[in-house]
Each structure stands twice: as structure tokens, then as C-alpha cells.
Design a protein around this ligand. Structure first.
Ligand code: AMP
Ligand code: ZN
Length: 458
């Protein structure tokens, strides 16, 4: 039974999609004012993990990830750099998609950009005004009245009447201690440079929160299955999305809200404003591989904070090597295909079905690796079991993506391996050993198996 911890009810709940076998998923995408850091990618990788698990369990997933290409931060960057908004946001959208692909994140079905959906936002704001949930201020801005919605605060458990210190807030982000009426439409100001659209309330631009409400309804309908983001999206962003969508559409909005915890650096949240961040390219420069980064970010449960340390690379390397080694050992025992799986696959699935318990699923898998290696050492693993084991590894990897895509082995290494095989055929053992050491010094391990030499990364 698949269960998720629903932030809305603060309980683990059985997952039942609105339509059998199909999942409609919305994940808040990047604000493209700068390069995403690996804290952002912790959340995006968790969403990728969720999606891979759903696919592995047989669901058809329709996934929307928006691109926030107009908000306070993107406009500020365009102003500071004296460039057009689209010049800035196109550039960082490209980098985001490149980094996501490098990290082997399965692309969303659609990446709607906020600036291409202004009409839908205006329509939704108009509905909120018509129903008495929103009001216009003298300057031509429109605010959502949190008093008008008695469910306001249900996601973050806040009691609005007790906490409110001032009536309205204009900026997109503000603190949980002071919930206020928030901007749906922001009247044009000089600091917004040339970023504005015409609306029934005059020139202006949307607030951040209405963007996700309008884009989700456009692609997924009023009422869909799962909405994700990082924990910092809970307030005010998701709380406000719920208020806008429920009040404008008059239907339930999202069934399951899933939030990933923070990635920390030295105990603090990794963020652009604190300057304590690594981007993907920083880690590649330090010699990390995609798979090592995936391992570090996925080996912790998504609702637990991850403290990112560079020295975790060592552990990641070892773990990935263990999988690769067992894979080549099994390949040398069986070259046939099987449809079966080891019994442990069941426990592995049970762990994932229990609110994506990645650490537990990994421990099942690595325990199986340990036991299987012992059987191989003792020559006790029959070909059928080896083939089943290869299926388990492939299944594991369809979810974790820890095996390097395809190691391209350099030609000079392949030439050395061929020369060594020739030496072995001729019984030139000393030469063969010398060549093995030479290959090892280039970072490759050569192993002799009944079906010939096998290479793996050292
Ligand atoms: P942004 O581009 O700022 O809208 O953030 C994109 C996503 O990254 C959002 O879902 C945030 O909640 C998430 N996020 C931001 N910082 C962190 C962090 N340090 N750890 C995990 N997720 C984060
Ligand atoms: Zn959003």
C-alpha cells in the first residue's frame, strides 16, 4: 500500500489518485533569476525520486513544473544588470534545464512560464474579486483578503486573527509570524522598469502566488493529486495558493502536499542570500560525478535535513563502486535473461511505498549486495539467481540513477586490455601483470572472467 506523509493533514495517508492508475503532479519550479544551487536541487531530486517511484509502481504520471520568470527577484536582477527581463530569465532557464539533465532528472511534461499565462492569472483574480475574496487598493493593486477565507492557515496551522500585526504585504515572501493580505496584482511602479501588462485594474504584474494557482488549473484542472515543493514553500506560497484556488474555483484543490526538508551547509540552510551555496558546476569542478551527487542527496529521507559536506564524496564513490562490481560479477555468471527478482525486491518496494523511505530501501539493497557477494565468493550463486540479481540492480537504478550512464572507455585503455589478453593467451604472465598495473594506474580495474576481461572504474 502506497502511503505519503501529507503536510496538510500531518499524517501518513494511503495514496489514492483521482483517476485510477494516473497521477497529476505539480511541482513549484525555479525562480530563474540566478543559477539554482544544490539546495534547490535537493527538492527537485526528491520530486524526481517521487516520480520515478510512481512510475516504477505502474502509475502514469503527468508532471507540470512551472518556471517563475516574473516576480520580485527576477525584476530586481533585470534592473540591476540593466537587461530585459526575458534576457535574464531565458538565460537561467537554459542553465536550469541543462543542470537538471546533467543530474538525470526526468523532464516534466510541460514547463509553463508565468509570463505566458498572464491572461489566466487576470481571470482568476477577477473571479476572486467577483466573489468578494479580493479588493483593489487606490494605486491599482489587488489583494487577497485572508479574512474572507475561513480555511486560511490550514496548511501551516496558523490562527490568523491572533497573529496578524498589519493588514497587507506587498512583497512575495514574508514571515509566518505575521500573516497578512497578500498581493494578487501589483500596480506598476518605477522600480518594475518595463515589466507590466494591462489589466482591468490598470498596468501591473502578477504576485508570485497567483502564478502557480493559474498554471496548475490550466494544465491539471481544478482538483489534482500531488503538489510538491521545499518546506520553505509552505508559507506563504502554498498557503496562499490554496486560498486562491479554493476561493476562485469553489472546488477542492490538491489531495496530497509533499514537502522536502532543507539542504544544510554547516548546520544552516543553503541559500543564495546567505552566500553559503554550491551550484552543480562547483561540484563538478571539485571532481564530483552526477551519480555521487545523486547518492548524497537521495540517501537521506526527504523529510530529514541533509547536511552537505564535501567529504561525503568518498562514501558515495565506494557505494557506487560496490554496485558496479556486483553487476559485473553477476554478468560474468549469467548472460541469460530472467523475468524474476530476488525476494528482497519486495522489502525494497515496501520501504519505498512507506512514504518513500529511501534510507530503508537502500539498506535492503546493500544488505542484499553483501549477501550476494558472499554467495559469489563461495561459487554458490547459480546463473538463474545471477540473472534475477541483475534485474534487481536495473530496477534499483531506474529509481536511484546511481550507475554511470555509459562509461566510455578510452581507446588507449581498450588497446592495453587487448594486448594483455594476447599476453595471457601466450602464457606471458609477467607481461600480463605489468599491463594490469599500467591499466590500474590509469584508473581502471581489469578482472579476468570466464567470458573474458571485464573493466570497471577503480
Ligand atoms: P526558488 O528558485 O527559490 O523558487 O526555489 C526552488 C525550490 O528549491 C523551492 O521548492 C524551494 O523550496 C527549494 N529550496 C530552496 N532552498 C532550499 C534548500 N536549502 N534545501 C532544499 N530545498 C530548497
Ligand atoms: Zn509555486
Amino acid at each position: 500500500m502506497l502511503r505519503f506523509y501529507n503536510s496538510l493533514t500531518q499524517k501518513k495517508e494511503k495514496f489514492v489518485p483521482n483517476e485510477e492508475g494516473k497521477v497529476k503532479l505539480y511541482t513549484c519550479g525555479p525562480t530563474v533569476y540566478d543559477t539554482a544551487h544544490i539546495g534547490n536541487f535537493r527538492t527537485f531530486l526528491f520530486e524526481d525520486f517521487l516520480k520515478r517511484v510512481l512510475i516504477a509502481l505502474g502509475f502514469e504520471v503527468f508532471h507540470i513544473m512551472n518556471i517563475t520568470d516574473v516576480d520580485d527577484k527576477t525584476i530586481q536582477k533585470a534592473r540591476d544588470k540593466q537587461k530585459s527581463l526575458s534576457k535574464i530569465t531565458d538565460h537561467y532557464t537554459k542553465i536550469f534545464k541543462r543542470d537538471s539533465a546533467e543530474l538525470k532528472i526526468i523532464p516534466a511534461d510541460v514547463y509553463p512560464a508565468a509570463t505566458k499565462h498572464i491572461r489566466g492569472m487576470i481571470n482568476m483574480i477577477q473571479k476572486l474579486m467577483d466573489k468578494g475574496h479580493a479588493y483593489k487598493t487606490d494605486d491599482g493593486s489587488v489583494f487577497f483578503s485572508i479574512e474572507s477565507f475561513k480555511g486560511y492557515g490550514s496548511l501551516t496551522n496558523i490562527n490568523v486573527s491572533k497573529m496578524r500585526q498589519s493588514k497587507r504585504v506587498e512583497s512575495d515572501e514574508y514571515s509566518l509570524d505575521n500573516p497578512r493580505d497578500f498581493a494578487l496584482w501589483k500596480a506598476h511602479k518605477e522600480e518594475d522598469i518595463d515589466v507590466f501588462w494591462d489589466s482591468p485594474w490598470g498596468r501591473g504584474r502578477p504576485g508570485w502566488h497567483i502564478e502557480c494557482s493559474a498554471m496548475s488549473v490550466e494544465y491539471l484542472g481544478n482538483h489534482f493529486d500531488i503538489h510538491c515543493g521545499g518546506v520553505d514553500n509552505k508559507f506563504p506560497h502554498h498557503e496562499n495558493e490554496i486560498a486562491q484556488s479554493v476561493c476562485a474555483l469553489g472546488t477542492p484543490f490538491v489531495n496530497y502536499w509533499l514537502h522536502a526538508e532543507y539542504l544544510l551547509v554547516n548546520g544552516g540552510k543553503m541559500s543564495k542570500s546567505l552566500g553559503n551555496y554550491y551550484c552543480l558546476s562547483d561540484l563538478y569542478e571539485k571532481g564530483f560525478t552526477t551519480e555521487e551527487i545523486r547518492y548524497i542527496l537521495l540517501s537521506t529521507h526527504y523529510r530529514t535535513k541533509v547536511d552537505f559536506r564535501l567529504d561525503k564524496q568518498h562514501e558515495a564513490k565506494k557505494v557506487i563502486q560496490r554496485i558496479q562490481e556486483l553487476k559485473s560479477r553477476l554478468e560474468s555468471i549469467s548472460s541469460s535473461v530472467s523475468t524474476g527478482f530476488p525476494d528482497e525486491t519486495n522489502s525494497f518496494n515496501l520501504a519505498l511505498e512507506n512514504d518513500l523511505d529511501s534510507p530503508k530501501a537502500m539498506s535492503v539493497f546493500f544488505d542484499w549486495i553483501r549477501k550476494t557477494n558472499i554467495k559469489v565468493d563461495k561459487n554458490k550463486l547459480i546463473a538463474k539467481k545471477a540473472a534475477e540479481g541483475l534485474n534487481f540492480i536495473a530496477y534499483f537504478d531506474s529509481i536511484y540513477g546511481l550507475l554511470p550512464k555509459k562509461e566510455s572507455i578510452p581507446q588507449d585503455i581498450l588497446d592495453l586490455v587487448a594486448e594483455r589478453e594476447e599476453a595471457r593467451r601466450n602464457g606471458e604472465w609477467e607481461k600480463s601483470d605489468r599491463l594490469r598495473n599500467l591499466i590500474a594506474s590509469e584508473g581502471w580495474l581489469v578482472k579476468d572472467t570466464p567470458s573474458g576481461s571485464k573493466l570497471s572504474v577503480k
